[in-house]
Write a protein that binds this ligand. Structure first.
Ligand code: AMP
Length: 274
């Protein structure tokens, strides 16, 4: 496994590759990221994992400077997956000049996480576009954990005619159901004890949805469940069409039930398909 910091160096190494599996990450790797790398390893001749904490996807009051940076431990974890290249560029390498290009998703980014993070997905769109152009992957792997991101990236690929297949892999969880996240390390012991109720709220709605098809009733049921825990501040709890994140009144097509909560200063997201 080689660790590459320069775009030109990666370009030279990948020039003759005809099958590249790509896993973009922000590092602080956990078993969720590793699972993506393992799937990529199984299905591709060459595997690239990028580690880059992308400043353009953080809002002004978000945790860009405090985001965990653990490159050495990340590379150590990736050697066990036998990937070919870790691409870990600097901010200057990726953004040598202030960006004059903006990629926006007016409707897709206006719902769910986009409401409280209004510039997040344009930053994601920009960095994913740049990384796809640099790596030129055959298949790129993303986690269902960030469901809205997967819908947005599929749309980006479709509309901008990227020649890449997007594969979405299941969310990896702790035994108590909490979705693995680089931000879980910021939960104190009490918050960590409470955190699994987020997934639980999605599960009980999924269960109720076997009989109840009215989306408003189901959303109220999930919100009511979470409101019983005083430590939780709800950001959103919604059920939307799983393909285009449009609003629905009845469960008559594949839907996603997605929620975001604050536990202390930590924001947690999760989702389930119903
Ligand atoms: P991040 O480093 O948080 O930007 O995540 C990089 C990739 O890992 C994204 O495609 C995420 O959706 C995915 N990911 C993050 N957490 C998990 C998880 N618990 N299970 C599966 N994939 C995940």
């Amino acid at each position: 496994m080689q660790i590459i910091h320069k775009i030109s160096e990666l370009n030279a190494l990948l020039k003759l590759q005809d099958n590249i599996g790509f896993v973009p990450t922000m590092g602080a790797l956990h078993a969720g990221h590793i699972a993506l790398a393992q799937v990529a390893r199984k299905k591709n001749k060459c595997v690239v994992v990028s580690i880059f904490v992308n400043p353009t996807q953080f809002g002004p009051n978000e945790d860009f400077t405090r985001y965990p940076r653990t490159l050495e431990a990340d590379c150590e974890a990736l050697t066990h997956v036998d990937i070919d290249y870790v691409f870990a560029p600097s901010v200057e390498e990726m953004y040598p000049t202030p960006s004059e290009v903006m990629i926006q998703f007016p409707r897709l980014a206006s719902v769910l996480c986009g409401r409280s993070r209004p510039t997040h997905f344009q930053g994601v769109g920009l960095i994913v576009t740049k990384l796809f152009n640099i790596v030129n992957p055959t298949i790129a792997y993303f986690g269902q954990k960030d469901f809205q991101q997967t819908v947005i990236i599929k749309r980006l690929v479709q509309e901008l005619n990227f020649n890449v297949k997007i594969e979405v892999c299941p969310t990896i969880r702790e035994v108590d159901g909490l979705a693995l996240s680089s931000r879980n390390r910021y939960l104190n012991i009490q918050e960590r004890g409470i955190a699994p109720v987020l997934f639980r709220s999605l599960q009980i709605v999924q269960e109720k949805a076997k009989k109840e098809k009215n989306v408003r009733v189901l959303v109220e049921y999930g919100k009511e469940f979470l409101s019983q825990i005083p430590e939780i501040n709800l950001d959103y709890f919604e059920i939307l069409n799983a393909y285009d994140l449009s609003e629905i009144e009845l469960l008559d097509a594949p839907a996603v039930c997605a929620a975001a909560i604050y536990l202390g200063p930590v924001r947690l997201i999760d989702n389930i398909l119903i």
